[in-house]
Ligand binder design. Structure first.
Ligand code: FAD
Ligand code: NAD
Length: 472
């Protein structure tokens, strides 16, 4: 790229938000450049987030199953051993093939890919420090900020990604810790805590609130999954705040914790501490101030409903602005923002974005939970169905959990679907579609679902909402 060439769209950040927007823009015939500083496309999600964590979750689950859950299935196994180095290699193979796949899609869709760090030189120009140390700049009619997020640090603890780790260290430990304490019982804490607990670590999760699962998870579902994770060996300290930490010793870390509403202090000690107290938008070194753009008190770039900042040709999507920090939310926005640029319309239904926690069993939900409906004063009805009454779950000897529908008391329109159970993450797609199309629970309950499938639990929970389930 040279400073004289003007692109239709310049994107800063090659994460899910940035790379999807780049491909979409290429498909729409725009001249597009995507600048990414980490040396690989796919951002947090592909390199250190969704994908590597799911590889470890899947393979640690297999290991745990082979160790503890084969006898009653008629499979005798002996000499089972963990080869952590190879488990990490399997993870890296998946990550590498997917990031290379995006490079291929960039070429296919005529997207120019610049490896370097971008910063605003002026409202239409992005200066780039290339990875080889040299510099260039790109001009854009439109500029899209998609610089993502980073993990929130815990005051007083220094992240070294060995002893005090974020999720990035948690997907790359070289040996299984003896004791791991997780600060924060949100999605990262429970997913990564599960991985290391299955591989043999003694894991304690300290959570400030009275329930695990982070924002959005229904309280009844949260209690249900906590029970199952406890059975698997994880320990939980709820209503407990970590107040300070001491990481000065060579191979252990101490944490002072206290009951959230005040009370006796307690000291916890572990060889590894996972800090999982949330993520915050990342917009450092973009020179936002140089062009007069500001972030809100939580570090998010302020945008309007067409993703425009107050400089209309500079837009922003993904983790660095409003909304849930989820890859598929970023992906929806990426398509919509390009459509706003090229066609003047775009559509993201923020009320129908599913959430999935990939523990075993999985937890998945879409729409509102009971606490949110109560707070909004909405009259609703509830229908549930346990997997212990579902033939397929029983046959698979994997029947912890339930499906729960929340529907408008008067109209029966679905307001929320909450699932804890095997394959919940796949099943929630049906709930999301139902919500998107304004379905009633009766619409779902009168739809044929194949037998024997886990999805029958979904149908029967719907039936239980407007009438009665058959098998429970
Ligand atoms: P990012 O993916 O963070 O991408 C931003 C990119 O911009 C980065 O690659 C960064 O290097 C680059 N960048 C920043 N500044 C500059 C600059 N100045 N110049 C050039 N490049 C720059 N979400 C899910 O939906 N499902 C999951 O299962 C899931 N699992 C997760 C597991 C973990 C451990 C973590 C940490 C997150 C997970 N997430 C998951 C969240 C998901 O990763 C994010 O929501 C998603 O990556 C957001 O995409 P983004 O493009 O907005 O930001
Ligand atoms: P989170 O917001 O989900 O959970 C953080 C938890 O830490 C909260 O429950 C909070 O109450 C608790 N906490 C905060 N300070 C504390 C303290 N001092 N002591 C004890 N507890 C404390 O954040 P996360 O789990 O770090 O995840 C970050 C983001 O990444 C989320 O937005 C999440 O959506 C995304 N993510 C998604 C997936 C997925 O979709 N499967 C997986 C991983 C991450």
């Amino acid at each position: 790229a040279t400073a004289t060439e003007e692109k239709d769209l310049v994107i800063i950040g090659g994460g899910v938000a940035g790379y999807v927007a780049a491909i979409k823009a290429g498909q729409e015939g725009l001249k597009v450049t995507c600048i990414e500083k980490r040396g690989a496309l796919g951002g947090t999600c592909l390199n250190v987030g969704c994908i590597p964590s799911k590889s470890l979750l899947n393979n640690s689950h297999l290991y745990h199953t082979v160790l503890h859950d084969t006898k009653n299935r008629g499979i005798d196994v002996e000499g089972v051993k963990l080869n952590l180095a190879n488990m990490m290699k399997a993870k890296e193979t998946s990550v590498n093939s997917l990031t290379k796949g995006i490079e291929f899609l960039f070429k296919k869709n005529n997207v120019e890919y610049i490896k370097g760090t971008g910063a605003f030189a002026d409202e239409h120009t992005v200066a780039v420090r290339l990875m080889d140390g040299s510099e260039t700049s790109v001009r854009g009619k439109n500029i899209l900020i998609a610089t993502g997020s980073e993990s929130t640090p815990f005051p007083g603890l220094t992240i070294d990604e060995k002893k005090v780790i974020t999720s990035t260290g948690a997907i790359a430990l070289e040996k299984v810790p003896k004791k791991m304490v997780v600060i924060g019982g949100g999605i990262i804490g429970l997913e990564m805590g599960s991985v290391w607990s299955r591989l043999g670590a003694e894991v304690t999760v300290v959570e400030f609130l009275g329930q695990i699962g982070g924002p959005g998870m229904d309280a009844e579902i949260s209690k249900n999954i906590q029970k199952t994770l406890t059975k698997q060996g994880m320990k939980f300290m709820l209503n407990t705040k970590v107040v300070s930490g001491d990481d000065s010793a060579a191979d252990s870390v101490k944490l002072e914790v206290e009951a959230a509403k005040g009370g006796k202090n307690q000291t916890l000690e572990a060889d590894v501490i996972l800090v999982a107290i949330g993520r915050r938008p990342y917009t450092a070194n973009l020179n936002l101030e140089g062009i007069g753009l500001e972030t809100d008190t939580r570090g998010r770039l302020v945008i309007d409903s067409e993703y425009r900042t107050k400089i209309p040709h500079i837009r922003c999507i993904g983790d660095c602005t409003f909304g849930p920090m989820l890859a598929h939310k970023a992906e929806e926005e990426a398509v919509a923002v390009v459509e706003f640029m090229t066609k003047n319309y775009g559509h993201v239904n923020y009320n129908a974005i599913p959430s999935v926690m990939y523990t075993h069993p999985e937890v998945a939900w879409v729409g509102q939970n009971e606490a949110e409906l109560k707070e909004a004063g909405v009259k609703y009805k509830v229908g549930t169905f346990p997997f212990s009454a579902n033939s397929r779950a029983k046959t698979n000897q994997d029947s912890d959990g339930m499906v729960k529908f929340l529907a408008d008391a008067e109209t029966d329109r679905i307001l929320g679907v909450h699932i804890v159970g095997p394959n919940a993450g796949e099943m929630i797609a049906e709930g999301t579609l139902a919500l998107e199309y304004g379905a009633s629970t009766e619409d779902v309950g009168r739809t044929s679902h194949a037998h024997p499938t886990l999805a029958e639990a979904f149908k029967e929970a719907a039936m239980a909402t407007y009438g009665k389930a058959i098998h429970y």
